[in-house]
Design a protein around this ligand. Structure first.
Ligand code: SAH
Length: 460
């Protein structure tokens, strides 16, 4: 990031626009939204500028810019649409101590003006550092459509109500009150104007004052396999509202970024054989925060119901009398088969697919090897790296063919995803190459060879 976004206080401060053509008019339309004291120096100003001057909205000086014109200006614009004239404007204004923007000249500008979505006092600024103006316009259009025109009014009325709302205890309760206001109640009232909004705020406040001893809630949320776009909308909304996020180590940092900025983020371990927070300690954490009234998001990789020790957590919450919900996610096996262009089940091949774990609490996990060794069987094996050689032995002992296709998908759905096509015979060697989390797809080969790193020296 080469340009740091800030919102500059302009009330009563001077801004200079040098030039009087179309570019100047366009900038002035934006600047006139502010409370700045605007001066335009232009030999031949456009009629709009003259009209604004006549209305007293800006000061117009009908001559070329001179030294001192930008004295006491915080910012100045060179808007001549002419390299030489703008160069002069830049030199003069900079010498006067202003920071200068040359319209449409990123290289010479000392700051850039973002595209904005204006719901005053809510303003969204969009900048691409000149890299993608079309994208900026697209984002702006999307936000314009998404932010209801009432947004500004809601924020303005809210500002006058902040002191009153301080009657609510700080933290989760107060946040829930405002969330409800901005999510729905406020918007519904906005159609009937400012008084209706104020009445709604009072009603909401009463409700929340009565409910301030409401215990917290735990959402047991699936974070998906890693790609943030594979999060469900429900998971996103839960993250948006969370007071506390307790996450597994496998949850990708890009997903944690989506949590509400004020949320407390706690890592609770659990990855393979690495160090981990004891399950009891995780349970205690959830209970403690929920009891304090927090909205807790217990964020687990993939789907929380798949090898997630979910039941132990639910039991602990039930025992503590804390409400919970499960928000399903996309499990690693789904992302893994998708990455190799296959399906988990297929008519005429396998009418059932299994999700297996390579190890459990007691060590390597026993499975129905006789069944799994049969041709056409498909299984997605989680936590199978260490047990790979052992599983290979079991399967072969029960008659599985050494050439049975096996595909390893490492870091499924992430930027560093790797697919290794192997066979049962080469499984342990293929596993040894993987550093990240792996799903072993037994009985499936990538649909197209090009999708995989074929372990030639091993597989062939
Ligand atoms: N609840 C998770 C599984 C947790 S067990 C889910 O539904 O996906 C942890 C195991 O999941 C890892 O050892 C690995 O086998 C698998 N895993 C999780 N994320 C993965 C990913 N992005 N790519 C490959 N395997 C993954």
């Amino acid at each position: 990031m080469n340009h740091f976004p800030i919102f500059l206080a302009l009330e009563g401060r001077r801004v200079l626009v040098s030039g009087g053509g179309d570019a100047a008019v366009a900038k002035l339309r934006l600047l006139l939204k502010t409370t700045a004291r605007i001066t335009v120096v232009a030999e031949d100003p456009a009629p709009e500028i003259a009209a604004w001057a006549a209305e007293g909205r800006l000061t117009l000086i009908r001559r070329a810019q001179e030294p001192g014109d930008a004295l006491c200006c915080v910012i100045a614009y060179g808007a001549h649409e002419d390299a030489e004239a703008d160069g002069r404007a830049l030199r003069l204004a900079a010498a006067d101590g202003a920071i200068v923007n040359i319209v449409d000249d990123l290289a010479r500008s000392q700051f850039i003006t973002p595209a904005i979505v204006d719901r005053d006092p809510v303003v969204v600024a969009i900048g691409t550092e000149g890299a993608a103006p079309v994208l900026a316009r697209k984002i702006k259009a999307e936000l314009e459509a998404r932010l209801s025109p009432a947004t500004g009014l809601l924020a303005r009325v809210a500002k006058t109500f902040r002191k009153t709302a301080d009657a609510l205890p700080m933290g989760a309760v107060r946040r829930r009150f405002w969330a409800e206001y901005y999510d729905e109640a406020g918007h519904r009232a906005a159609a009937d104007g400012e008084d209706a909004i104020r009445a709604t705020l009072h009603e909401l406040l009463d409700t929340h004052l009565k409910a301030d001893d409401r215990p917290g809630h735990v959402d047991l949320v699936g974070a998906g396999p890693g790609d943030p776009e594979l999060l469900t909308l429900k998971a996103r909304n839960a993250l948006d509202r969370a007071d506390v996020v307790i996450h597994d180590r496998l949850v990708a940092p890009e997903i944690l970024e989506l949590a509400r900025r004020e949320a407390t983020i706690i890592e609770a371990g659990k990855e393979g054989f690495g160090p981990a927070m004891a399950q009891d300690a995780i349970n205690a954490l959830m209970v403690e925060h929920a009891r304090a009234g927090a909205h807790v998001v217990r964020l687990k990789s993939g789907d929380p119901t798949v090898f997630g020790r979910l039941d132990e957590e639910i039991e602990a919450l039930d025992q503590a009398g804390i409400g919970w919900s499960i928000l399903p996610g996309i499990t690693a096996a789904s992302a893994a088969v998708a990455s190799i262009g296959q399906s988990l089940t297929k008519r005429g091949r396998n009418g059932a697919a299994r999700l297996l774990t390579g190890h459990d609490m007691k060590g390597f996990a026993e499975q129905d090897w006789a069944q799994l060794a049969r041709p056409g069987e498909v299984a997605a094996i989680y936590m199978g790296k260490r047990a790979a050689r052992w599983m290979q032995g079991r399967l072969m002992m029960h008659g599985a063919a050494p050439v049975t296709p096996v595909t390893l998908v490492e870091n499924a759905s992430r930027a560093d995803q790797r697919i290794r096509a192997a066979t049962l015979a080469t499984l342990p060697d293929a596993v040894a190459e993987a550093a990240g989390p792996v799903v072993i797809l037994l009985g499936l080969a990538p649909r197209r060879a090009g999708e995989a790193i074929l372990n030639r020296e091993i597989a062939l």
